[in-house]
Design a protein around this ligand. Structure first.
Ligand code: HEC
Ligand code: HEC
Length: 419
């Protein structure tokens, strides 16, 4: 991940270079190992040990009186002290999330790769940025994104939404929205000059304490983050079942049982069906990345070059192919699947996970991932019958939250000019 220099300077205020309360890493527990040094070191076993981050969080007091409207099984998320929620900010963030003027050439918004009807994934294996460059990774859904201890598929240093946004906006490897030193000021001027949205008033209302011109990058990124924090998905049939407001069929209930017995829930744990759930109540969390045996190039356990996972950031060879556990909420609509979108259907994804990995039989990425030496031992052939797989799929479909996919509060305010 690389950015132009002037842009990085403009972002220092957001903690982009490490510093503000929005982005400083939590304290590490003594026994945990930080980035770069696998716990036990690389010599403990021939292959080393994957990096484990053992994080403590300070006690939390919400910086605002925002009402989250959550069911009892979902605690509220954490909000950074320097970016409290308010209605005007969330409303501004909604415009900016869908505004193509936010990209270097005015052609692509966040919404261009994150569509509400797909739980904010995009239906493509890998998206294309404004210069035509393909992203190495699949665009992830953004449901319950406020609860992720780290953002993106494999970056343990992106701790907040405020810190994540500069990637798509200013990133040069790959280029997504293509804002750079040459057009960084122009983008804010474009917003100030917009005829269809009164951004001057909206920014001023969202940031009432701001000195000077409120239309700044810092405020824009904070407003988008506040909007994303409202992407709560907790009203699926599964959630309603937990609250006694709906029932699950015998097949769905058996699927839930298979999901638990096959140890899927060891990594895809409730309430968010992932293993990096951080809420207002979280005080410590073990953050892990996992190799699930999708590839095994030349029998060395390697993954394709542009997508080696957490290893890219930690430098620990044992983190080869290690990715964050994706949330399975709304998973029926977020395909294609896996970090590189290389799995087309949900059934195929389930069969890979329940079969102990994937054997790529031919082509450039040939190799039996099931025998990947870095694979997490929890990913095994579970010997499921076709009926078990069908039931498991039926259960996963109960995680679709129709209200979230259609809620007008998350929709595109420029709806007529389709993104
Ligand atoms: C060109 C397509 C594209 C655009 C435009 C784009 N994204 Fe993304 N987004 C992605 C991809 C691909 C990933 C996964 C990145 C990775 O893992 O390295 C991602 C990941 C994310 C994540 C991490 C989610 C998680 O669960 O960790 C967030 C948050 C996000 N994007 C928000 C945004 C916002 C806000 C914007 C607009 C400022 C935006 N994206 C624009 C493609 C895009
Ligand atoms: C060791 C932890 C672990 C276990 C156990 C596990 N998963 Fe996963 N799962 C992951 C990770 C990590 C990924 C993403 C891997 C990647 O993209 O390289 C994933 C991806 C998936 C996906 C694709 C989701 C998406 O949005 O791309 C599905 C579906 C899934 N798992 C279902 C299951 C099922 C069903 C089981 C039980 C049979 C299971 N998983 C067991 C860690 C695990």
């Amino acid at each position: 991940m690389t950015m132009a220099l002037g842009v990085v300077a403009a972002l220092a205020v957001l903690g982009g270079c490490g510093g503000s309360s929005g982005g400083s890493p939590p304290a590490q527990n003594g026994s945990g190992s930080g980035s770069g040094s696998g716990s036990g070191g690389q010599n403990a076993t021939p292959r080393g040990t994957p990096t484990v981050f053992n994080w403590n969080y300070p006690a939390y007091t919400a910086p605002d009186a925002w009402v989250w409207n959550l069911p009892p099984h979902m605690p509220p998320p954490r909000v950074p002290a320097d970016n409290p929620m308010n209605e005007a900010k969330v409303a501004l963030g909604r415009y900016l999330f869908y505004d193509k003027r936010m990209s270097g050439d005015g052609t692509l918004s966040c919404g261009g790769c994150h569509e509400q009807a797909r739980a904010f994934a995009d239906g493509k294996d890998r998206p294309t940025g404004i210069t035509g460059q393909k992203h190495p990774r699949n665009a992830m859904g953004l449901g319950n994104v406020a609860y992720h201890a780290t953002q993106t598929w494999a970056n343990p240093s992106l701790l907040t939404l405020e810190r994540q946004i500069p990637n798509p906006v200013f990133g040069t490897e790959p280029v997504e929205m293509g804002v750079n030193d040459g057009n960084v000021d122009q983008v804010m001027k474009r917003l100030a000059g917009a005829k269809d949205v009164d951004y001057a008033t909206r920014f001023a209302q969202a940031f009432p304490d701001a000195q000077g011109d409120p239309i700044t990058w810092e405020h824009a990124l904070k407003a988008i983050s506040a909007f994303e924090r409202t992407f709560i998905t907790a009203d699926s049939r599964y959630d309603r079942y937990l609250q006694g407001r709906d029932t699950l069929s015998a097949q769905e209930l058996h699927g839930k049982q298979v999901f638990e017995q096959a140890q899927c829930s060891a990594c895809h744990a409730a309430p968010n069906f992932d293993d990096q759930f951080m809420s207002a109540q979280t005080t410590s969390l073990v953050v892990r990345y996992h190799n699930i045996g999708l590839y095994n190039l030349e029998g060395r356990g390697a993954y394709p070059k542009d997508n080696s996972g957490a290893e890219e950031i930690t430098g620990n060879p044992a983190d080869m192919g290690a990715f964050r556990v994706p949330s399975l909420r709304n998973v029926a609509v977020t395909g294609p699947y896996m970090h590189d979108g290389s799995v087309a259907t949900l059934e195929e994804a389930v069969r890979i996970m329940a079969g102990g990995g994937r054997n790529v039989e031919s082509g450039r990425n040939k190799g039996d991932g099931r025998a990947n030496p870095f694979k997490d031992p929890l990913v095994q052939d579970r010997g499921l019958s076709d009926q078990d797989v069908a039931d498991l799929l039926a259960f996963l479909h109960t995680l679709t939250d129709e209200r979230f996919l259609k809620d007008p509060a998350f929709s595109d305010p420029f709806a007529t000019q389709k993104q």
